[in-house]
Design a protein around this ligand. Structure first.
Ligand SMILES: [Zn+2]
Length: 121
């Protein structure tokens, strides 16, 4: 099953993220956790999409957002080096540990936490 990262792999998403996600997915499945491909809710965003998301937070509509979205200039999503997953706290923690073990950065430790966020650092 091809996830959004695969769909965006031509052009927008950093090649290292595509390769990292492939390994991450294989490890999660091997360790009997849920397939992260089935939990993907976001990866690459255009600068305009990122700005709109931040504006939505600032207007008070924060549904589905754990933390204030970064500016387009600061966003790893705009750089093509981040993806977001949706899951239970336990699923997100398990995926976060795997992703960090692989050398990636997981938002679950941030203040405020953004446990659905994974990037290349
Ligand atoms: Zn994110």
């Amino acid at each position: 099953m091809a996830g959004p990262i695969e769909a965006h792999s031509i052009g927008n998403v950093d090649r290292r993220l595509v390769e990292g996600f492939r390994t991450f997915r294989r490890e999660a499945i091997r360790l009997k956790f849920k397939d992260p491909c089935k939990a993907m809710i976001s990866d690459y965003r255009t600068p305009g999409e990122q700005a709109a998301l931040r504006q939505r937070w600032d207007s008070g509509d924060r549904e589905g957002l754990a933390a204030r979205p970064a500016t387009p200039e600061g966003s790893r999503h705009v750089r093509g080096t981040a993806f977001d997953l949706i899951g239970t706290p336990e699923e997100l923690r398990a995926w976060g540990l795997i992703w960090e073990y692989m050398g990636g950065r997981w938002g679950g430790h941030w203040v405020p936490p953004d446990p659905g966020h994974f990037d290349l650092g």
